[in-house]
Design a protein around this ligand. Structure first.
Ligand code: ADP
Ligand code: MG
Length: 268
């Protein structure tokens, strides 16, 4: 498996958010993307999955060398791409069990059939591993789930669907210390030479449990620095100011407002 972002420019509602992303993830590798809020990390994850709001202006996303930018979300999912969302949505009326079953079924070929017994056993053992409540299967997808339960549920989906490429977007937010350790260990257990993994996070703690091979710093819609574990410690201790200073980057939202912007702000 390889997933490659090539000089990718992406806009959202007319604003260019990603400005020339280059990143290649091979099967077996774990990459961490860190960066201040609003720099485009979630945009990268969403555009990879095919969210219609995010428009590829130029560049490409290649899965095993083939462009996926014109594919629908479900086509990408069928290829084996998975996104653990920063803010998982609630879907009233669809039970968690039916949702995951349908996702698995949809991914199968026309002549293949889901073996329900095997599926139930795996669903039960995986939710147990993630220490999720027994009633979970029959509750509506994410409805009324706590922040931590929603995040565990994303990992449950990942473990059930066994994707080839996974983006986990701030999977640590909303998790207490024990849950973080558990989720971290469960994701690590899922690692294999076939899985390409990208973690978006703000904190070193998650990366103590899911150790990345590469660490990227993203600022203003671009990956401005790539390194390894030593980068995480430095970010944890010193934030991002040193990177900006080193590279002469001015954060966009800290630039002084133009007169036009000031006027709009005052009106609002
Ligand atoms: P990060 O995940 O790094 O915090 P995001 O990718 O969520 O950043 O957001 C990057 C920028 O894109 C932000 O300035 C945000 O306001 C803007 N943005 C993201 N999603 C949308 C959207 N759906 N509509 C308008 N602007 C958006
Ligand atoms: Mg985000």
């Amino acid at each position: 498996m390889t997933l490659e972002f090539k000089n990718l420019y992406v806009s959202v509602e007319g604003n260019m958010i990603l400005k020339g992303i280059n990143l290649k993830v091979n099967g077996g590798e774990t990459h961490a993307i860190m960066g201040p809020n609003g720099t485009g990390k979630s945009t990268l994850a969403q555009v990879c999955m095919g969210h219609p709001k995010y428009k590829v202006e130029s560049g490409d996303i290649l899965f095993d060398g083939k462009s996926i930018v014109d594919m629908s979300v479900d086509e990408r999912a069928r290829l084996g791409i998975f996104l653990g969302m920063q803010n998982p949505i609630e879907v009233p009326g669809v039970t968690n069990f039916d949702f995951i079953k349908a996702a698995l079924q949809t991914r199968m070929g026309k002549d293949e059939h889901l073996r329900v017994g095997k599926f139930i056993l795996k669903f039960e053992s995986t939710s147990q591993e993630l220490q999720m409540g027994k009633g979970l299967a029959h509750r509506f997808l994410n409805q009324g789930f706590s922040g931590g339960e929603k995040k565990r549920n994303e990992i449950l989906q990942m473990k059930m669907l066994e994707p080839k490429f996974t983006f986990l977007d701030e999977i640590d937010s909303g998790l207490d210390v024990d849950a973080l350790k558990l989720v971290g260990e469960q994701v690590t257990k899922q690692k294999s030479s076939d899985l390409g993994l990208v973690l978006i996070t703000h904190y070193q703690r998650l990366l103590d449990y899911i150790v990345p091979d590469y660490v990227h710093i993203m600022i203003n819609g671009n990956i401005v620095k790539t390194g390894s574990l030593e980068l995480i410690t430095k970010i944890d201790q010193e934030g991002y100011d040193w990177v900006k200073k080193e590279l002469g980057i001015e954060e966009e939202n800290k630039k002084p407002y133009s007169l036009g912007t000031c006027a709009t702000k005052t009106m609002v």
